[in-house]
Design a protein around this ligand. Structure first.
Ligand code: ATP
Length: 491
């Protein structure tokens, strides 16, 4: 994790928020490369799950919603963690986590000597168990109090109870409250889904682990509505679609580079299910901190639509033409975190290897996710013709992709810089490309393309660059493209 945090800072992926003021607890800013990576993740998610599917539409709702939304959804009553405070040092703990911590003990059997005792174990000298604050070992802990994770704020100029509202802790509720608007305006037939990507806020008691758990983060959520009376392949439609979405989401993460051995499914036990859920399955990823949730896929039944109907007094049903009846759809919710996905893609892509006796750091990011697609590098920055051609190539390719020009170091160094940020291809312009006018030589009009992963190089005519990159950057394999051009040694 430390390696990723330092690479992220050094190369402009993620910075500590408000760093010059000492940083803001658990808030992070995405830098020039981070924002590209994050946008690419959201873009391919939207393309694959919304744009490409006839049964999906999207929305972009406001973060501040009517406060009753959170009463109806259960967030006001249930979105809480139990907290205890130390009366002495004032540290705050999650009540259900206190026993998981090693504890400080001043042992009476050894004249008050201080010991740190492993979690859940008694003192080896006096046999006492922990009753006081695990950290300072002196203060009593308060009785557990429920702490709501929603950020409270006021709507309008008067700070009074009537104007209290909340920053949304998930994007999902906007899809439920807009269910009828979307259904009517788009004339949809079940099953269909509504997607949204946007910010959510949770006043987490123990944020941390870089961008894994923060208080402000982005989610990509889908609410997929199905008719509970339908059966598909002999199974209730909601159960069928739940499994379909689990498979599709898992396949999506694999498609963009997460390795099979770093992914697993985790079924929620009955005691751990949320109040609305019939069944929830998490996709876990083997993060640098260990196996943890990357996304969750829940069968929320008709809980949300029924609750919002009850609290708003509006009917939130679907008219089933075949059966001539109104039904409250069931909903399957694939809910992913953008920041966690970004962390997983970074962690999975990071490789250190030895090349010709030197360490090479390479981010093997999927080309569609890579922040920079192509770097154009002049071999000699003093040759005007070379530099001009390189700038021209950058400008042409930049109409379609994020492409950069760099001449601030020798070519080997420039390649390593691009490897480290995951740029899949470099284009080099050299004397051969433009020729040497002084000697009366004309150039061959070809440039070198270097592949990040294999480090292989090919010579490609300038006129073919656009079509070659269209092929490579839309999933074309390097080997099949490279086979059609003249080879050069590794770069
Ligand atoms: P956790 O158990 O890790 O707190 P959760 O089960 O509460 O997560 P959901 O409510 O299912 O999370 O939210 C869906 C997704 O949103 C999560 O799988 C995760 O990717 C992301 N997410 C949730 N909370 C945070 C957070 N505090 N920081 C970053 N991402 C988050």
């Amino acid at each position: 994790m430390d390696t990723l945090v330092s690479l992220s800072k050094r190369r402009g992926f993620v910075f500590q928020s408000s760093e010059i003021y000492g940083g803001t607890g658990s808030c992070w800013d995405y830098g020039p490369l981070g924002v590209e990576l994050k946008n690419n993740i959201k873009r391919v998610w939207w393309r694959d799950f919304v744009q490409g599917r006839p049964d999906m539409v999207g929305i972009d709702a406001s973060i501040l919603m009517h406060p009753t939304v959170w009463k109806a959804s259960g967030h006001l009553d249930h979105f809480t963690d139990p907290m205890v405070d130390c009366r002495e040092c004032k540290l705050r703990f999650r009540a259900d986590h206190v026993d998981e911590l090693p504890w400080t003990h001043y042992c009476p059997a050894t004249k008050g000597n201080k010991f740190t005792i492993p979690a859940r174990e008694p003192c080896g000298h006096c046999g006492a168990r922990r009753t006081l604050c695990p950290d300072c070992g002196k203060g009593e802990l308060t009785a557990p109090r429920q702490f709501n994770l929603m950020f409270k704020t006021f709507m309008g100029p008067v700070e009074e109870d009537a104007s209290v509202t909340y920053l949304r802790p998930e994007t999902a509720q906007a899809m439920f409250v807009n269910f009828d608007n979307v259904l009517q305006s788009m004339r949809l037939k079940l099953p269909f889904g509504i997607a949204q990507a946007g910010r959510s806020f949770r006043n987490e008691i123990t944020p941390g682990n870089f961008i894994f758990r923060t208080r402000e983060f982005e989610q990509m959520e889908i609410e997929y509505f199905v008719n509970p009376h339908d059966t598909i392949e002999g199974r209730p439609a909601d159960e069928y679609w739940h499994d379909r979405w689990i498979e599709d989401c898992l396949a999506w993460f694999r498609r963009y580079g997460l390795r099979e051995e770093n992914l697993r499914l985790r079924e929620h036990g009955k005691d751990e299910l949320s109040h609305y859920s019939k069944r929830t399955v998490d996709i876990d990823y083997r993060f640098p901190i260990g196996w943890s949730e990357l996304m969750g896929i829940a069968n929320r039944t008709d809980f949300d639509l029924k609750q919002h109907s009850k609290f708003s007094g509006k009917s939130l049903t679907y008219f089933d033409e075949e059966r001539k009846e109104h039904v409250v759809p069931y909903v399957v919710e694939p809910a992913a975190g953008v920041d966690r996905a970004l962390l997983a893609f970074l962690a999975d892509a990071y490789v250190e290897e030895e090349v010709r006796g030197e360490k090479r750091v390479v981010l093997r990011l999927h080309p569609e996710l890579a922040p920079i697609k192509v770097a154009v590098l002049p071999l000699l920055k003093k040759r005007e013709e070379i530099v001009k051609t390189a700038h021209g190539i950058r400008a042409d390719l930049a109409k379609y992709w994020r492409v950069v020009y760099d001449d601030t170091a020798a070519i080997g160094r420039l390649y390593r810089r691009q490897d480290e940020v995951g740029t899949p291809y470099c284009v080099t312009v050299d004397v051969q490309t433009v020729g040497d006018q002084a000697k009366g030589e004309v150039g061959d009009g070809k440039v070198t393309i270097r592949d990040r992963d294999s480090m292989e190089q090919i010579r490609v005519p300038l006129t073919a660059l656009g079509s070659v990159f269209r092929e490579l950057l839309s999933g074309g394999a390097w080997a099949s493209v490279a086979g059609r051009f003249e080879r050069k040694g590794e770069g």
